[in-house]
Design a protein around this ligand. Structure first.
Ligand code: NAP
Length: 223
């Protein structure tokens, strides 16, 4: 299976690409011209393009089976970032997937999507912009999974002790998770039947009971 990761220079995006490589997928990276990609990904196919250029995006996605979207507006004084990247930028990627026949989209989104009264919205109403992006994915007609993580961190130590708490949409409002576990979850979703057309919220801590994504989704579908 050929996987493209957009936002592959980001702190979650590069880990997704690394995890995809570990699982022996063929990986293409979609980044901006000046994006910095870690050495670990130097053997991947690289498309340094603007996601706002439809033709370049179509070329980058041609022949790809799954697109994992890890783009996101970087914190900045430009408050239009979320509208440009998390809403419009995701919409453009979805449209391109439809044009070139990508079969699955996985979107890295966030807890609290759609909430208006939330401090994160001081940055360009980001939670509302991300909701527009999510809806584009859900209405694409392509198979999809949306992963909504809690606050992201860089911890790489003791990851095996961190167990993921999975819920369905709009159940969790706080908590955090290492980016590495978000990356692993994106790859696990590829082989999780019940992840198809599902929004999955994830946070982690040591107290949670260990379970696979498949077991967790089966449980919350049945309750
Ligand atoms: N931070 C949190 O606690 C948190 C919590 C929940 C969800 N999230 C979401 O999770 C996702 C990953 O977050 P992260 O902090 O790991 O990401 P990040 O390190 O900020 O990376 C963002 C990625 O998006 C790319 N990007 C930004 N603007 C772009 C543009 N105009 N055109 C093309 N690409 C652009 C960046 O490219 P460059 O390298 O070129 O800048 C980078 O690859 C984001 O959607 C974020 O909103 C974050």
């Amino acid at each position: 299976m050929k996987i493209a990761v957009s936002g592959a220079s980001g702190k979650t995006g590069y880990r997704i690409a690394e995890e995809a490589l570990k699982s022996n997928y063929q990986v293409s990276l979609i980044t901006r011209n000046n994006s910095i990609i870690p050495e670990s990904l130097s053997n991947c196919n690289q498309h340094k393009i603007s996601i706002f250029n439809r033709q370049s995006l179509d070329e980058a996605l041609t022949g790809i089976d799954t697109l994992i979207i890890a783009t996101g507006a970087r914190p900045s004084i430009d408050l239009t970032g979320p509208a440009k990247i998390d809403a419009y930028g995701v919409a453009l990627q979805v449209e391109s997937c439809k044009r070139v026949g990508v079969k699955k989209i996985i979107l890295v989104s966030s807890l609290c999507i759609g909430k208006l009264f939330h401090p994160l919205n001081f940055f360009g109403l980001i939670l509302l912009c991300k909701k527009i992006g999510e809806e584009k994915v859900m209405n694409s007609g392509i198979d999809w999974t949306i992963i909504r993580p809690g606050g992201l961190n860089e911890k790489e130590e003791n990851l095996t002790k961190q167990n993921i708490f999975y819920t369905q949409r709009d159940k969790q409002t706080e908590g955090s998770i290492p980016r590495r576990l978000v990356a692993k979850s994106c790859i696990e979703a590829l082989n999780t039947k019940f992840a198809s057309k599902n929004i999955i919220e994830i946070t982690s801590n040591e107290e949670n009971k260990k379970s696979t994504m498949e077991e967790a989704i089966q449980n919350f579908i049945l309750v």
